[in-house]
Design a binder for this molecule. Sequence first.
Ligand SMILES: [Zn+2]
Length: 561
Amino acid sequence: MHDLVIDNAVVLDGLGGPARAGGVAVAGGRIAAVGHDLGAARQRVDARGLALAPGIVDIHTHYDAQLTWDPFATPSTALGVTTVVIGNCGFTIAPCRPADRDLTLRNLTHVEGMALEALRAGVRWDFESYPQYLDAMEHRGVVPNVASFLGHSSLRTYVLGAEATRRAATPAEVAEMRRLVLEAVRAGAVGFATSTLEQHNGENGIPMPSRLADEAELLALTGALGEAGRGVFMLTKGMTSSIPWLEKVAAASGRPVMIAAMFVDPGDPARVFRELGEIEAARGRGRELWAQVGCFPLGMEFTLRHPYPLEAFLAWRPAIEAADEAAYRRVLADASFRKRLKDEAATPGVPNRFSYKTFAHLAIADVRRAEHRALVGRTIGALASESGRDPFDVFLDFGLDGELDAMFDCKLFNTDEDEVRRLLRHPHAAVALSDAGAHLSFLCDAGFGLHLFGHWVRERGDLTLPEAVKRVTSDVAAAYRVPERGRLQPGAWADLLLFDAATVGRGPKRRVNDLPTGATRLDTPAVGVHGVWVNGVRTADERGVLADCGRPGRVLREFTA
Ligand SMILES: [Zn+2]
């Protein structure tokens, strides 16, 4: 007798095979059979023609802190996700000495977009070393399955202390970090993650520790993956990390390299395709490079008080360093500051960055002063061309006019969908980039899989449903060496998503305040999701997550080579 049979479904196997009428039988947390006449079961679900696919594998999340108080990885469980990979970009909370806990949270608050008070109140520090972090998570339990990177920034802070954000490591420190990478991978880390991205700053604009690493350090630490013979090197790249350099890392370590974030940049739309060409050439030489791409325009909400997208400008430094609001206002008003900013923005070929092209996609979402209400919904680009002024002047003058807390809605990258479709269909692309669990105050892309099925399959027809399902299940599971998941096959784990292909998508953005201390985050509800199962246990139904589902997820610690 099976534990569960779901029948009368349209089965998508996650491997790209054609959609087939039928169902699955589950026993002992695994798929026992796929097809028709599945036999007796303790529990039966009549899918009434809905689509049944493997659960979504989200390889780019930041639930490292949140999972210590929220086993559901909210909102991913509701959005059809059955496996999350945490520790991306190297932002983790382990290893961490008790004395560095507050420093670690202060580093995270900015990139996570989560209030420091929420992190301080929420994080449960029941670990110090990285293996202890995995053990503690296993002990507390999780709802989705979790695979975890060892994060470079935490590793650096662990070995260099407060110096981690200031200098290169000594050879002895590099050797100690390398030993810890090996220890982590042997204990069950999915790999090692870092960031060289210029926007990745901690509190007060101090760079994240990984940004201080030199080439010798990166080669030594990725070399540890080579020595272990397992693990993925994940990197969110800034302007200093070229694809040929990453090919060198892949060649030296013999390990896969996952490169985020590959966007179509309206300021230089050809660049991402040039880089994809370099990745293809590297593949031809036997180096496994992956381009991590996303299916949303990279949009975010921000205020001029916390202008994350502007912080990548070298010319923005004086604004970051301003001691108080009065000093900040003086910097923003300063003509020479603005001139340097304008010059830098007009320089072509500078990657992943706010440019003059951005202003057409930078809208005023909300204002503080009643007399500005008519401006809501207008873009800075339109206001600038109407007035014949430089958009930076329009933008900064608006902020200085009592609107430092006005909300902007900005689409930075992936604004041209005909270009994005080329990324989504690329054979060496890994579709992800949800950043779920991070940037909570200004974006929520955790529903990327549902959006892929709804928008890119049903509305645009750029991918077939079997292809789209494969992209966010078996393809990414294979890239990360996650065995027996992301596919509906006898013997595989029963991670399942039941949805209505005619309506699936993500709902409108809304603000909710369910973080510790009542802090708010952006959320998007699921549309068309009828059920989610992790290791054969139902974690969500058509009304949302099942609070009493237990903690059926596993901390994934064994990966194939
Ligand atoms: Zn990230």
